[in-house]
Ligand binder design. Structure first.
Ligand SMILES: Cc1cc2nc3c(=O)[nH]c(=O)nc-3n(C[C@H](O)[C@H](O)[C@H](O)COP(=O)(O)O)c2cc1C
Length: 189
């Protein structure tokens, strides 16, 4: 798949088919994620990938994060109540995604910005690789509001949750949101 085509075609997917995703396919995608660049080459990312009963058991906890984002969401989309309704439904069931990826970093002595960007680079690799494999994802930071509960469930004590990524075969083809213009300044060309 052409890289530029993949970058532009990838969409955030919020409705998934129930079909299970073969483990080898998930492994291939996570392997590509780990080929991202990382600050000081620390590779201090960490991923937990759940499916089946383990995934089912976490859905309610992740969904409870909706209450934390609801006030801002209602404000930002005051003119678009359908977006608020859709987002609520998405958070509550994660679009039926059969796989959930929890993206963490192991803290270092430096400021957290480097680690967050390290994990973000890996997440973008993951999203593009999933797209190349015919899968869809949605990068979500909303669930970080309930990181303590998620960590307790997963038994994680010494890592920082950056994002949750539902993954599965897409059951929708959302249109591409327009990209903002004038976001780059070129000088000296
Ligand atoms: C850092 C980050 C956090 C995001 N958090 C959420 C989220 O909590 N819930 C959600 O539905 N989408 C979330 N998104 C997805 C964005 O809404 C989406 O990328 C944006 O609307 C552009 O759409 P596209 O991904 O289809 O190009 C997040 C994306 C990024 C990069």
């Amino acid at each position: 798949m052409d890289l530029y085509k993949a970058i532009k075609e990838r969409r955030s997917i919020r409705r998934f088919k129930a079909d299970p995703v073969p483990k080898e396919r998930v492994e291939k995608i996570l392997e590509a994620a780990l080929w991202a660049p990382s600050g000081m080459n620390r590779q201090n990312w960490f991923f937990v990938v759940l499916t089946g009963e383990r995934r089912d058991a976490l859905i309610d906890i992740v969904g409870s994060s909706y209450e934390h984002i609801a006030p801002v969401l209602r404000e930002v989309f005051a003119e678009k109540p359908k977006v608020v309704d859709f987002t609520k439904r998405f958070f509550k069931g994660l679009g039926g995604a059969p796989v959930l990826v929890f993206a963490y970093y192991e803290p270092t002595k430096e400021r957290p910005e480097t680690s967050i960007q390290t994990v973000a680079a890996a997440i973008q690799n993951l999203l593009l690789s999933a797209h190349a494999e015919g899968l869809g994802c949605c990068w979500m930071t909303g669930p970080v509001h309930v990181a303590d509960r998620i960590n307790r469930f997963l038994g994680i004590e010494d890592k920082t949750l950056v994002a949750v990524i539902p993954m599965g075969y897409p059951d929708e083809s959302p249109p591409a949101p327009q990209r903002r213009t004038n976001r780059v300044v070129y000088e000296g060309f």
